[in-house]
Design a protein around this ligand. Structure first.
Ligand SMILES: *Cc1c(COP(=O)(O)O)cnc(C)c1O
Length: 490
């Protein structure tokens, strides 16, 4: 199968080129030339498989350059003992028609592991297939979850190094400890003075520095990104929508062909877009409910067709959804309107921070997506109420989706069985979860939450305080390039 850019569908690329390049030369995102179909018989076959087999089978449909054995090797390496649940992405049924799809049983306790445990395998194999001789250095600016998940994914992967910059004081205590204690021989981490934008701008500047790229190339290196616009990150996420559906079937709650609703806590639109692909492949999905926090740019877009990032930025207790430019939306725009219109929307977004899609596209979007948002207070109340009622504990991101689904059901009367996509372990955001449960200013939130929930702290987070800090450095933005250069010495 060929791939092309959302901004020009005349020039084609192979899957390995798309994954190796990450972003298209014209600045667009790679999309497949057609969407493979999964019929009900195949869906039944998937239901009989475990997560790894489901993953190899579905990814193969998009990666015909890769053999079945190759892909099976990748899934065995990506989804193994590094997950603390043999189901990898287990479905927790709350009641008759509501389930949580728990995507946080991996090594960093957030859903980004589902893709970032797979990406290094796809990327290194793609580099071999494209004949790339240089080694790759993954460069990441992170506001928390992505950096840690990328470090875990790429640590000690042959032919790669990874360096992560995070804003000094701009990530949670747990997120910082997770990164500065990172194990692995090929990893580096450094704080940058300033906020996330400063770190991100610094990294973008390094990526755009042609002279530096040439110097690194002479030393046998090139820089690449692990952020969610890479097709190799989106593809592994399609799998868990099928997997949740199969779990519903296997639990005897629906039959193959019945439809589900998926409610997704959304930031960059990567997760929910993977669901859109699953539906386009034939997965019976009635509707996606797009859940946002106070940064509700997507709620407005889905309800009106106007995307406008010119609005105040809110710092919330669901920080991984604090985003005003949802990059992966470009892929949906392409699917609905084609390359010329997409190009023009992205130009408008660049120029004015705003664009507006036509009535036909709005109608198509609203036929598939509903949207809602909720603030921090309601998020906290949702956590406390569900815990009091059922003893099930949600993190702050999942709770946004839970609340928005409840609103959707009340307003629409739609009681279709639903899956709430659960994106982080409550322990990862322990302080805010505890505060929601009415306990403020606890000395050690992890221990306190474990006691409160009568559950052990997940292994990747326990003992964090005792681990040696390997990367205490803080730098000025001006020194980031030199730090990367030094990191690639030797
Ligand atoms: C990244 C992230 C999200 C948002 O996912 P997108 O793919 O960016 O929409 C939601 N919750 C958590 C915990 C995350 O880490």
């Amino acid at each position: 199968m060929k791939y092309f850019s959302t901004r020009n569908d005349k020039q084609t690329f192979t899957a390995s080129q798309a994954i190796a390049m990450g972003i298209a030369p014209d600045g667009g995102l790679f999309v497949p030339e057609h969407i493979p179909q999964v019929d009900h018989e195949t869906l039944r076959a998937l239901c009989a498989m475990d997560y790894r087999a489901r993953s190899a089978k579905l990814m193969k449909l998009y990666l015909d350059e890769f053999s079945q054995e190759e892909l099976e090797g990748f899934v065995r390496a990506a989804y193994a003992g590094n997950f603390d649940d043999p189901a990898i992405a287990p479905t927790h049924f709350l009641n008759e028609n509501t389930a949580f799809l728990e995507l946080w049983h991996g090594p960093t306790c957030a859903f980004k592991d589902m893709a970032l445990q797979m990406l290094p395998h796809l990327l290194t194999a793609s580099l071999k297939k494209t004949g790339e001789k240089r080694k790759v250095c993954i460069l990441v600016a992170t506001s928390g979850d992505t950096g840690k998940a990328a470090l875990e994914g790429f640590r000690d992967v042959d032919g790669t190094r990874i360096f992560v910059f995070y804003p000094d004081g701009g990530v949670s205590r747990i997120q910082r400890l997770q990164m500065v204690t990172q194990a692995g021989e090929n990893v580096g981490v450094c704080a940058v003075k300033g906020n996330f934008d400063d770190a991100q701008t610094g990294v973008k500047r390094i990526f755009g520095d042609a002279a530096f790229a040439e110097e690194l190339s002479g030393r046998g290196w090139f820089l690449s990104s692990a952020n969610s616009i890479n097709w190799g990150r989106l593809l592994p996420q399609i799998v868990y929508y099928f997997s949740a559906y199969c779990d519903y079937v296997n639990a005897g709650r629906i039959q193959v062909g019945d439809k589900l609703v998926f409610c997704v806590p959304t930031g960059n639109f990567g997760n929910i877009l993977a669901g859109w692909f699953a539906r386009a492949m034939g997965l019976p999905v009635a509707r996606f409910v797009c859940a946002s926090n106070a940064n509700n740019v997507l709620t407005d877009f889905i309800n009106t067709g106007v995307y406008d990032k010119n609005r105040p930025f809110h710092t919330t207790i669901s920080p991984s959804m604090d985003i005003l430019v949802s990059s992966n939306l470009e892929r949906l725009l392409y699917q609905l309107t084609g390359d010329a219109e997409t190009r023009s929307y992205m130009e408008q977004l660049n120029r004015e921070g705003r664009y507006s899609v036509g009535p036909a596209a709005v109608q198509q979007i609203q036929a598939t997506f509903s949207a809602g948002f909720c603030g921090d207070a309601e998020t906290g109340e949702a956590i406390a109420a569900l815990f009091a009622e059922t003893h099930y504990l949600m993190d702050t991101h999942t709770a946004v989706a839970f609340k928005v689904l409840a609103d959707y059901r009340r307003q629409s009367g739609d009681q279709t069985p639903a899956v709430i996509v659960s994106t982080a372990s409550p322990f990862k955001f322990a302080a805010d979860v505890l505060a929601a449960l009415g306990e403020k200013g606890t000395e050690n939130p992890l221990t306190a939450l474990a006691a409160k929930a009568s559950r052990p702290i997940p292994a990747p987070l326990s003992g964090l305080e005792e681990r040696p800090v390997r990367f205490p450095e803080v730098t000025e933005r001006e020194s980031m390039r030199r730090i990367v250069s030094d990191f690639l010495e030797g």
